[in-house]
Write a protein that binds this ligand. Structure first.
Ligand code: ADP
Ligand code: MG
Length: 371
């Protein structure tokens, strides 16, 4: 089969094992030209392995990889129009900033004047002009990271692979670099494949997010879809869904369906096609979709549970409530501080409260699906 024309990198059914350890299994992913795609997954899920396969540092046992329409098995790493920035970006300590960035161009025997022009231009772009003569130990972590970026970008690769490049930076610098990367991306015709284990970072940065778990692709979608409509229980949990109920479908009318928990509570879900009456399922809801009130809301919402307050954790921008349902099951609700009803903010442990959420916020997964 031919590679897809609008894809710059395409993996088809790729498997990679180290000895008998399976790092990637039947992995297919098409990266569009010019997009910012983030690979998101927990540690050990296969993210670095995938980048190393695209860069050509590893070979798959089976499947195919296409880069710019060409079968990559014929392309050694140096012939792939791909560059990598690693988490530990390893600048050359004995070379100054200029020479670090110039290194790849010198290797490729560019004329000196062209090297100067490109390096200066790139240092301007990453906002490091005037630092050309500094050595890496004379730079802050953020500045070193920008040098590493400039070093990779100056070669004008078609694809830039970034392996948790912001992992070593503190929160504030990290957010600043996120903005700068997005800005750079708008000014350069480069496709970014960015790796992170941080959900928020993935949502902030990306056109699309590919969630990877145990070497398998769980879901690839726009960030909003991944967050609002996680397709598997794993993606749901990884994206912060905390409330899961074992339920059985008791009434189905196509669009909306009623489910029942083991203790007999009724829960409603929209988009419940595929769950016929009698079928077991898992119904889930995000903590921030759950509304908390001291009296039952009027009119009575379809999803309404009574609970007892167990604990409130103040999180700064939000409050996180731990709740016990009749029968002992726990639930978690989260409210933004600005919108939290003052009555709920002050209620004591053991207080009876009411929890409700819209049927559209219920998520459904097949019974028994594990994260
Ligand atoms: P991630 O980058 O998502 O943390 P990796 O791709 O580095 O994950 O690793 C995926 C799995 O493969 C892990 O279980 C890791 O221990 C294993 N692995 C990675 N590289 C090697 C290797 N060179 N030899 C053996 N096992 C490896
Ligand atoms: Mg890794």
């Amino acid at each position: 089969m031919n590679p897809s024309p609008d894809c710059i990198v395409e993996l088809r059914n790729v498997s990679k094992r180290y000895g008998d350890h399976v790092a990637l299994e039947g992995f297919s992913l098409a990266v569009h030209r010019g997009e910012f795609l983030t690979l998101l997954g927990p540690s050990g899920s296969g993210k670095t392995t995938l980048l190393r396969l695209v860069a050509g540092f590893e070979q798959p046992q089976s499947g195919q990889i296409f880069i710019e329409g060409r079968d990559a098995s014929e392309l050694p790493p140096y012939r792939r129009n791909v560059n990598t920035v690693f988490q530990h970006y390893a600048l050359f300590p004995h070379l100054n900033v200029f020479r670090n960035v110039a290194f790849g161009l010198e290797q490729k025997k560019f004329p000196a004047a062209e090297i100067r022009r490109r390096v200066r231009g790139m240092l301007g772009l990453v906002e490091l002009p005037g630092k050309e003569d500094r050595f890496p130990h004379q730079l802050s972590g953020g500045e070193q990271q920008r040098v590493a970026l400039a070093r990779a970008l100056v070669l004008e690769p078609a694809v830039l692979l970034l392996d948790e490049p912001l992992g070593a930076l503190d929160q504030k610098l990290r957010q600043q670099m996120q903005v700068e990367l997005k800005r750079l991306r708008e000014r350069l015709a480069i496709t970014f494949i960015f790796v992170t284990h941080d959900q928020e970072e993935a949502l902030v940065m990306s056109d699309r997010v590919a969630v990877i778990h145990r070497g398998r692709l769980e879901q690839v979608d726009r960030g909003e879809e991944i967050y609002e409509r996680p397709r598997t229980r794993f993606v749901a949990e990884f994206m912060g869904v905390e409330n899961f109920f074992d339920v059985r479908c008791v009434a189905q009318n196509g669009e909306c369906a009623r489910f029942e928990t083991a203790t007999g509570a009724s829960l409603w879900a929209k988009n419940a096609r595929g769950f016929s009456e009698g079928a077991p399922a898992i119904l889930a809801v995000r903590p921030e979709a759950v509304r908390l009130s001291c009296a039952p809301p009027e009119p009575r919402p379809p999803n309404l549970l009574e609970a007892e307050l167990v604990e409130m954790i103040y999180e700064g921008g939000s409050r996180r409530w731990s709740l016990a349902l009749a029968g002992g099951a726990r639930m978690v609700a989260r409210e933004a501080n600005s919108s939290s009803p003052p009555q709920a903010a002050s209620v004591a442990r053991g207080t009876r409260v009411f929890l409700s959420w819209e049927p559209g916020k219920s998520l459904l997964y097949p019974a028994g699906e594990q994260a």
